[in-house]
Design a protein around this ligand. Structure first.
Ligand code: AHR
Length: 510
């Protein structure tokens, strides 16, 4: 979004303390349907599931003998809701876990699989009943493209190259035959392969130069088989670490096969998820303005080395990471946190950033799908609920595959109104996020070209940023229809404080 002051006529009514909803401001936004940014690849709405806490075991995977309804061991309710949401891509098995995972532990007869200690996330043991075949089956069940993160930190090039062959070689090699004997004669056709994860930290504590050397060596042996063209993803920085990117790219000969470069960007929360203050709310939501800056700066730096943009930028892990409660972790698993109205706003702010920067990104994966950090679903034994973040993604789903177009909104210190817009043939899709707790916004979206008609809108809103869908009140915050008016070249919509609104309208005359 170009942060240009479009209209100086913004005004604020006085408000005090709790009379938040009475404060209203008028905002004008300019949408330019003919100024195309780029296609919003569905993969910008991607997700991530790690062997961590109860994301896999107890969350997505309950086992075939569980009394919890399941499909071959996959929690049925989770499968149904994730399929309904239409997750475009799912990254697995980590995270930090990836660089200590040995794929052979997770294939073959389940009773013969070894029990291993998950050293990154609490030294608990895993029986490896969820392995490569189960992951691919989950992806097929929910309609997601699989993305596997390989082990560089404690693994070998041989181990990773064999994993690729096991997954992708059509038939006739010992590894392909082994896959067939384990129940999958058809190759898995896994395109996306991460060459390590956070190798500056849990993935081996390497310098950029050391990692670049590992990357070159590993990638040499990762090959295309059959009709599956690999998309190899290198470990990028944590946050906006330009030094990592510069040194990694300097050490990388131009001919190296590298298709993606993965930065991680978490939005830390100072408080427990249900006990945010206005200050911690503002501080966390403001990080999404920094995220946008980080994407711009990382891409600009990559462009110096990669003028034709052959290397795609990923935000491979992102989301809110709040103060974790040890007692809740004991009950629900490591890195469990509640997902509130604030978390949904954060998700929508992130997706708006990705839409606006659609020409600079190839994939973004929220961390993580179930019970860990910024989750879509939470489970407690047999119970499973959709979080506010699930609904934020649902509300913004119409943008997937559409072409992002330019939006100009008023200059204001974050957290302020956030907008993204896209176009698919004669449909205009606009998502507006009001992250402010203390003012509603009357927004007029003026179109620089074209006429809008047949507008409809949905909203996700709750006046309390600490409110959440819980196991007791699973449907407290759900999307609802919302009034919007379209007249000529303008759309008008009211945003209550703490609200996400997606408008869809027919567009003609562009
Ligand atoms: O998502 C939790 C952890 O955060 C991942 O394992 C790691 O990659 C990152 O530091």
């Amino acid at each position: 979004m170009t942060r240009r002051l479009f209209l100086a006529g913004t005004f604020a009514a006085p408000f005090s303390g709790r009379a938040r909803a009475q404060a209203r401001q008028s905002e004008k936004v300019l949408i330019e349907p003919a100024v195309e940014i780029g296609v919003i690849r569905p993969e910008l709405h991607g997700h991530f599931a790690e062997h961590l806490g109860t994301c896999i075991y107890g969350g997505l995977w309950v086992g075939k003998n569980s009394s919890i309804p399941n499909i071959n061991g996959h929690r049925k309710q989770a499968v149904e809701w994730l399929r309904a949401l239409g997750i475009p891509v799912l990254r697995w098995p980590g995270g930090c876990f990836a660089d200590d995972y040995h794929w052979r532990d997770g294939i073959g007869p389940v009773q013969k699989r070894p029990r291993r200690v998950n050293i990154h996330w609490g030294n608990y043991t895993e029986d490896n009943s969820f392995g490569t075949h189960e992951f691919i089956e989950l992806c097929r069940l929910i309609g997601a493209e699989p993305y596997i993160a390989g082990n560089v930190g404690s693994g070998t090039p041989q181990e990773m190259r064999d994993w690729v062959e096991y997954c992708n070689y059509p038939s006739g090699s010992s590894l392909a035959d082994e896959r067939a004997a384990n129940g999958s004669p058809q190759p898995f056709r896994v395109r996306y392969w991460g060459v390590g994860n956070e190798n500056w930290g849990c993935g081996g504590n390497m310098t950029p130069e050391e990692y670049a050397a590992h990357y070159r060596r590993f990638s040499t042996y990762l090959r295309d088989f059959g009709d599956t063209r690999l998309f190899l993803i290198a470990c990028g920085p944590g946050g906006n670490n330009l030094e990592w990117t510069r040194r990694f790219m300097e050490a990388m000969p131009r001919r190296t096969r590298i298709h993606g470069y993965a930065m991680h960007y978490y939005s830390r929360g100072r408080d427990h998820a249900r006990r945010f203050t206005v200050e911690s709310l503002r501080a966390q939501l403001a990080t999404f303005w920094d995220l946008e800056k980080a994407i711009l700066e990382q891409r600009a730096l990559l462009d110096k080395y990669d003028k034709d943009r052959r290397i795609g930028l990923l935000v491979d892990e992102w989301g809110v990471w709040d103060r974790i409660d040890p007692e809740e972790e004991k009950r629900y698993g490591r890195l469990f946190q509640h997902i509130t109205m604030r978390s949904a706003l954060a998700a929508a702010l992130g997706l708006n950033v990705f839409h606006r920067q659609a020409d600079k990104l190839v994939m973004c994966n929220l961390a993580q799908t179930v019970n860990v950090l910024h989750a879509l679903l939470l489970t407690d034994g047999p119970r499973c609920i959709r979080t506010t973040t699930y609904y934020a993604f649902e509300l913004m789903k119409p943008h997937r595959g559409a072409t992002a177009v330019r939006v100009q909104a008023p200059e204001a210190p974050p957290p302020a109104l956030s907008v993204s817009a896209s176009r698919r043939q004669d449909e205009l899709i606009v998502t507006l996020v009001n992250p402010r707790h203390d003012a509603g916004l009357d927004v007029e979206c003026a179109l620089s070209r074209g006429i809008a008609g047949n507008a409809r809108a949905r909203v996700l809103h709750h006046p309390d940023f600490n409110a959440a869908n819980t196991f007791e009140t699973p449907d407290l915050i759900v999307p609802r229809d919302h009034p919007v008016s379209a007249s000529g070249s303008s759309l008008r919509v009211e945003l209550p404080p703490l609200a996400i609104v997606t408008v869809q309208a027919r567009l003609s005359g562009v």
